[in-house]
Design a binder for this molecule. Structure first.
Ligand code: PHE
Length: 339
């Protein structure tokens, strides 16, 4: 019987050694240690042994069971570990591989120039205000000294929505709104989109952008207007830029001027950008007309002021040497990615 046990142990250990799956191990366990297994059968037959032999064989049988048990669990640990390692190897991620580049957006060139402009005016103490794009005839024209049937209405080709509602043709509407709401001192700029029924070409668009500026206080003169606008032009275009004030006409300012700067492309010699003139017009301005002050509830005997309207689009196209204004509005990513 001892030999049988010894043989059984050898067989079992060899089978365990050779087995290659959890199922195979379980089969071996059942075959040798199960209720109907071979070791159990041997134990059951121990009744036929003598009283001296029984404990010896019993102890040996226990040892065999222990050995088989230990081998089974050791093998199963080894197999689990191998399976785990294989899984890790299969799922390994190479963290040193370069990742996909996430594309991020950028500011539109118009917004870049606008940010710079607002910086300049805010550093001079101007507030930034907002105004509606759908405006009333009242604020866009009437309050600005342009009554109905005034010939100056022909200066701007207006999109009317109703008799009294329109798409603002100029940010100047924000002047009237601001003066009605606030008593001087006033120092504000109002950037925004404006609309005119213009044909589209390389330099014209029915939608474009302006920044309105307004200063009203006691003792404001044309000198203040010139100082502020010259300072602005030098900060935007560089200190070597020359600034020219030409007499002009706007119904809401008196006197009125248009302001040119030396072409940033050719420095004033004349080139394609400035169409040979050497100068580029960037804004209209003037001293706020006394009628406008009066219309908005400010006493023109006590206060004076100046206003200006800067075209943002031309400033942007000349700064970035953009040959066609339409590029600013088409949102072609290949164009926008260059900024
Ligand atoms: N609103 C005028 C325009 O659109 C510009 C302007 C603004 C002129 C303020 C004078 C004062 O042409």
């Amino acid at each position: 019987m001892k030999e049988k046990l010894e043989q059984l142990k050898c067989e079992a250990l060899a089978a365990i050694e050779k087995s290659d799956s959890a199922a195979a191990l379980e089969e071996i366990r059942i075959k040798y240690l199960g209720k109907k297994g071979e070791l159990t059968a041997i134990l059951k037959s121990m009744g036929s042994l003598s009283a001296e032999e029984r404990p010896v064989v019993g102890q040996m049988a226990n040892e065999v069971r222990g050995a088989i048990d230990a081998a089974l669990s050791e093998k199963s640990t080894v197999m689990e570990k191998a399976a785990q390692e294989a899984k890790l190897a299969a799922e390994a991620i190479d963290v040193t591989l370069p990742s996909k580049k996430a594309k991020i957006g950028a500011l539109h060139p118009l917004n870049k120039v606008l940010d710079d402009m607002l910086d300049i005016f805010q550093s001079m103490g101007f507030d930034v205000v907002d105004g509606p794009e759908v405006e009333t005839d009242h604020y866009c024209f009437e309050q600005l000294n342009v009554p109905a049937d005034h010939p100056a209405r022909d200066m701007q080709d207006t999109f009317y929505l109703t008799d009294s509602l329109l798409l603002r043709t100029q940010t100047s509407a924000a002047q009237a709104r601001t003066m009605e709401k606030t008593q001087p001192p006033i120092r504000m700029v109002c950037p925004g989109r404006v609309f005119r029924a213009d044909e589209v070409d390389a330099t014209h668009s029915p939608v474009f952008h302006q920044i309105e500026g307004l200063v009203v206080d006691k003792g404001i003169t044309m000198c203040d207007l010139k100082g502020v606008l010259e300072q602005f032009a030098h900060e935007i275009y560089g200190p070597e830029t020359k600034v020219k004030f030409r007499p002009s006409f706007f119904p809401f300012t008196e006197p009125s001027v248009e302001v040119d700067v030396t072409c940033s492309e050719c420095g004033g010699k004349g080139c394609r950008v400035c169409k040979g003139a050497g100068w580029i017009e960037i804004l209209g301005a003037g001293m706020v007309h006394p009628n406008v002050l009066k219309n908005c509830g400010i006493d023109p005997e006590e206060y004076t002021g100046f206003a200006f309207g800067i075209g943002l689009d031309r400033l942007t196209t000349t700064r970035y040497k953009i040959s066609d204004i339409r590029l600013l509005f088409e949102n072609d990513k290949r164009f926008l990615d260059q900024f």
